[in-house]
Design a protein around this ligand. Structure first.
Ligand SMILES: [Zn+2]
Length: 408
């Protein structure tokens, strides 16, 4: 019997309660890794297959799988399926997944964020399909011409989209929550007081499951995208939910300075990939010294060509830091750079400070090393690790004061 071994959620720290915005160095892939690591932290089920569902895949040609696996700390021979889809596709994938499958969903539009659900042999709450219906009402469409076509008619979508698809599902109960709809539409098709989901994209289905798991009762969940709908029942069982959902803050105010594109060097990209994206150091087998990035010759004992890659800790503190204000072509300024020291191993590394306003993570600040898109070269996202401070510090929000007119 397949069961939900763990659920992980991720929301970026920018935007508002209504709609989160991905940071300048985030994309669907880095957010999926955040959610996936959250789920993995709560379960020891070995991941043998990854299904990554999004409508914002970073690369359409070129592949996202290697980065996804390295970021999740999984072997590069793990099966990966990259799937274009919305919330119904996520429920379907979970209801048919076998033990060892991790279903990841992430979106940049319509509220940014990600969710991960790990299927294990049990214990945990079971997910069973209660039906699906594929109907066509493409009121919002993007075909190969790349142009987004929208014909927003809320009544048509409600009646001929959602309501007609609900009839097609022929459910025997009112769902606990409907993923893929606005909070108002969700309330119209759900039972009393449905949980408010932070978005309408693919990952909203995993947030619906998380809320159902936290409710402690068996629940029926529906996911809708235009006129396609899927239903699943969450059975009895306990599933841990790990949420990485910092408070939202106003979007980053940084200026991007145009400049010449720094060309990608694929030989250097290839050489650095494993250490850089999997967050691994070279360890000298003779004396145990760690080198980041890995070196051919051990600086401690002189041993040559024998170092092996070992995983590094993902928590660190700021050893020293500085903030760059001068415009840098192709980059957004201001931003902070820190020399961070990794917990327990004494390894230091230079890293960009992310998730916070520049100049707010002082010396001694603790935090996590997170996978981010550190640059884009020749149109190719270049991934690496940035430092995300704990208790993310933001400057006070700008308050707009309204002064009502009066007489004196
Ligand atoms: Zn050595």
């Amino acid at each position: 019997m397949s069961a939900l071994a763990a659920i992980g959620t991720y929301l970026p720290p920018w935007g508002s309660e209504k709609a989160r915005l991905g940071g300048l160095d985030e994309d669907a892939l880095t957010m999926a890794v955040e959610a996936g690591l959250a789920a993995r932290s709560a379960s020891d089920v070995a991941v043998t297959k990854v299904v990554f569902i999004s409508r914002s895949l970073p690369l359409v040609i070129g592949g996202n799988s290697a980065v996804l696996l390295a970021g999740l700390g999984l072997a590069n021979d793990t099966e990966v399926i990259e799937q274009v889809g919305g919330a119904p596709a996520v429920l379907d994938a979970l209801a048919t997944a076998g033990p060892g499958t991790m279903v990841l969903a992430a979106d940049l539009d319509e509220g940014a964020g990600a969710g991960a659900a790990l299927i294990g042999p049990g214990p945990g709450a079971t997910v069973t399909s209660r039906g699906r219906v594929h109907r066509s009402l493409p009121v919002r469409a993007q075909s190969l011409d790349g142009v987004l076509h929208e014909d927003d008619d809320p009544r048509l979508v409600r009646e001929r989209g959602t309501r007609a698809s609900f009839q097609g599902l022929a459910l025997d109960a009112v769902p606990f929550v409907v993923a893929g709809l606005s909070p108002r539409e969700t309330a119209a098709f759900s039972g009393p007081n449905p949980p408010v989901l932070p978005a309408t994209g693919a990952f909203s289905a995993i947030f619906a499951l998380a809320a159902a798991a936290e409710s402690g009762a068996e629940q029926l969940i529906v996911a809708v995208e235009q006129a396609t709908a899927s239903a699943a029942a969450l059975g009895a069982g306990t599933t841990p939910v790990v949420r990485v959902e910092p408070e939202p803050h106003s979007p980053e105010k940084r200026r991007t300075h145009p400049g010449p594109d720094i060309k990608i060097a694929f030989t250097a990209y290839d050489r650095a990939f494993d250490s850089k994206v999997a967050w691994e150091a070279g360890e000298c087998p003779s004396c145990g010294t760690l080198a980041l990035p890995p070196r051919h010759r051990c600086l401690e004992c002189g041993e040559e060509g024998t170092s092996v890659l070992v995983a590094l800790p993902r928590t660190a503190f700021v050893y020293t830091q500085t903030t760059i204000h001068i415009p840098v072509p192709g980059l957004s300024t201001p931003y902070s750079l820190a020399v961070i020291e990794l917990d327990g191993v004494g390894v230091r590394s230079l890293a960009t400070v992310t998730d916070s306003e520049p100049d707010t993570a002082g010396i001694g600040s603790t935090g996590r090393m997170v996978l981010r898109r550190v640059a884009t070269r020749s149109g190719v996202p270049d991934y690496g690790y940035a430092f995300s401070p704990d208790g993310i510090v933001h400057r006070p929000a700008y308050v707009e004061a309204t002064i009502s007119g009066g007489t004196r």
